[in-house]
Write a protein that binds this ligand. Structure first.
Ligand code: NAP
Ligand code: MG
Length: 403
């Protein structure tokens, strides 16, 4: 059989159990069909330490050049990891480094199977959360106010002129916080959201608290609306999708009553909170993908979960593991599909679709990993260990590719 040819994508290898999954997925599910063409970067913690984390920066730069990347989960070092790996220093989170270089927005979307029922009964299709990843409360200045006094917000322009706003007159102890955002960052966020909505042909919702926050949140609303009117309205109409702004209170009520199947863009804090709520309500972190989209059209695909450390230590001791590879497989299929779409490579797109379908069909037949069996309703699960589960997907894929 002739293998499918492709242009290169960036491959970022990672750590622990997901690194084991990574190799199994390539060997069993991709290499038999695709003449896999990747620029390989080893973001495993050992190699990040050896290169003083330069490899992470190089991988992000390569993503700007090739436009598509797939990333394995990686360890974000903490004090315990510095000791465990004898690190030169506590390197920054690779995801934060890559996000900063690509100036991207993260889109998190669940993978649905029929027997894992969302807690919200009306949800039939995935809800994708787009979270702004800069500023607000995550880069705020705060003061614990010790006693009576006046608080002011002061802006000093480059020419020395000032704008002053009284915040509060304290008659006792209190708290104080000032936060900011930048038009450039909000516009990047907006562009990533509009581009992603077009790329997956789903409606885009955006919500803030603009009725109360008449400068801050209002600016988010206006910048989105302005970009939409100028640059995206016609393209959205052509694609048959809509852009919809509503107050966050209203959005929350509508999301709960909705059938799903749209993208919900949120400010930094709202996105942090709502993405945990929505992913929990859909079922399982092991069934959640995460896509970083930059405003100039670069895409990085990964699983939302971490390196599954506990399973890795069991694996190292030779004990059986039942680690769910689905989100990592979907990261690969997502990246390969995007490569195919950008290049007009229909064979590669068809392979990516078949790989997703093979995963879902295998799951729907009742074969699954342990984490899913604990959540499954109305089905008698066949619980498989990691490798046999991937082999079962391979069998389904072989059949689909033969058709
Ligand atoms: P985690 O790796 O997501 O795992 C937490 C627990 O969730 C696991 O112990 C396991 O539960 C369950 N789980 C997660 N993914 C699973 C899968 N695919 N299949 C089956 N069960 C799964 O989170 P963590 O333990 O907090 O973090 C471990 C390491 O990952 C840390 O070093 C962290 O820095 C890193 N991390 C990386 C990323 C990323 O690269 N994007 C994201 C998050 C965390 P049971 O043990 O109960 O089976
Ligand atoms: Mg959170």
């Amino acid at each position: 059989m002739n293998k499918i040819q492709m242009n290169p994508i960036v491959e970022m290898d990672g750590d622990e159990m997901t690194r084991i999954l990574w190799q199994m997925i390539k060997d069993e599910l991709i290499l038999p069909y695709v003449d896999l063409n990747t620029e390989y970067y080893d973001l495993g913690l050992v190699h990040r330490d050896e290169t003083d984390d330069a490899v992470t920066v190089e991988a992000a730069e390569a993503t700007k050049r090739l436009h598509v990347a797939v990333k394995c989960a990686t360890i974000t070092p903490n004090a315990q990891r510095v000791e465990e790996y004898n690190l030169k220093k506590m390197w920054k989170s690779p995801n934060a480094t890559i996000r900063a270089i690509l100036d991207g927005t993260v889109f998190r979307a669940p993978i649905l199977v029929s027997y894992i029922k969302p807690v919200v009964r009306t949800w039939e299709a995935p809800i994708t959360i787009a979270r702004h990843a800069y500023g607000d409360v995550y880069k705020a200045a705060e003061i614990r106010v010790p006693g009576p006094g006046k608080a002011e917000l002061v802006y000093t322009a480059a020419d020395g002129s000032k704008i002053r706003e009284e915040v509060a007159d304290f008659n006792g102890q209190g708290i104080l916080q000032a936060m900011h955002n930048k038009d450039a960052s909000i516009l990047s966020f907006a562009r990533s959201c509009f581009e992603y909505a077009l790329s997956v042909r789903q409606d885009l919702w955006f919500s803030t608290k603009d009725t109360i926050s008449k400068q801050y949140d209002q600016t988010f609303k206006l910048l989105f609306a302005d970009m939409y009117e100028r640059e995206y309205k016609a393209r959205f109409e052509e694609a048959g999708i809509t852009y919809f702004y509503t107050l966050i209170d209203d959005a929350v009520a509508r999301v709960i009553r909705s059938k799903g199947g749209f993208i919900w863009a949120l400010k930094n804090y709202d996105g942090d909170v709502m993405s945990d709520m929505v992913s929990t309500a859909f079922g399982s972190l092991a069934m959640m993908t995460s896509i970083l989209v930059s405003p100039d059209g670069n895409y990085e695909y990964e699983a939302a979960h971490g390196t599954v450390t506990r399973h890795y230590y069991r694996y190292l001791k030779g004990e059986p593991t039942s680690t769910n590879p689905i989100a990592t497989i979907f990261a690969w299929s997502g990246a390969l599909r995007k490569r195919g779409e950008l290049d007009g490579n229909t064979e590669l797109v068809r392979y990516a679709d078949a790989l997703d379908a093979a995963c879902l069909e295998t799951l729907e037949s009742g074969k699954m990993t342990k984490d899913l069996s604990l959540l499954a309703q109305d089905i008698t699960p066949t619980v498989l260990e990691t490798a046999p589960f991937i082999a079962a997907i391979r069998e389904t894929l072989d059949r689909k590719m033969g058709e």
